[in-house]
Design a protein around this ligand. Sequence first.
Ligand code: GUN
Length: 284
Amino acid sequence: MILLDGKKVSANVKAEVAKEVKELNEKGASVCLAVVIVGEDPASKIYVRNKKRACEECGIKSLEYALPENTSQEELLSLINKLNSDKEVNGILVQMPLPKHLSEKAVIDAISPLKDVDAFTDANVGKIMIGSYNFLPCTPAGVMELLKSENIDIEGKNCVVIGRSNIVGKPMSMLLLHKNATVTICHSRTRDIASICRNADLIVAAVGRKHFLTADMVKEGAIIIDVGINRDENGKVCGDVDFENVKEKASYITPVPGGVGPMTISVLMKNTLKAAALQRDTEI
Ligand code: GUN
């Protein structure tokens, strides 16, 4: 079994980004990401902190807008409009989930597709479907980077994605398909997930339930990617995979923490750099 080390691979990606940012700085240009968080969700606060830290490592300027829980839709939309037209801001990230009284769709729709470093807007989701990207979807692209780091070829492989969210499951399936995998998407209404998984050469678990994927669901030698971030009985961070037992059967497996999570953030850094380039191009 080989551990897919997200910390190591993401450090390499961030180092590449940092090098390019430094070159831009030397030419007098800067790169800036605006991060918006509404409310007090503890997990979201940790993610935002990690994103800011990665910006610092890459030499990307970060602006944090921490808004109170009772922020109105109008206030949030007016902040986004302000960031859209601010020439200093290259990327805009609104941390999800938002408090219940706010419409995530309306907020995503308000973000300029040229600054949409999460690739959440309709325009960028459409581009992902077609395979002509402005921005790579952060978590799925992070998974692809991890596979690439070990030269894992997925052409013709049976890949199973468990979960159909707009953030992970759907775009993940597209990226695997673009690499010529045969992709099955499983979800809460899928019948007999276990037997579908047992036929998989690669499984991406993006369910949001601890220990969802157990060893009896995994074929000997399968590649296991764990996107989940949950807490176990003792409050310790764990993924969707029963790691201790599944690792005995897997050929490659991601740990949680230290697997997909750091990769998501390093793709975000890449996207912010890309956003700066897109804005330079559209200014001309
Ligand atoms: N919440 C969970 N994952 C993400 C992500 O990748 N981007 C944003 N904006 N919110 C999230």
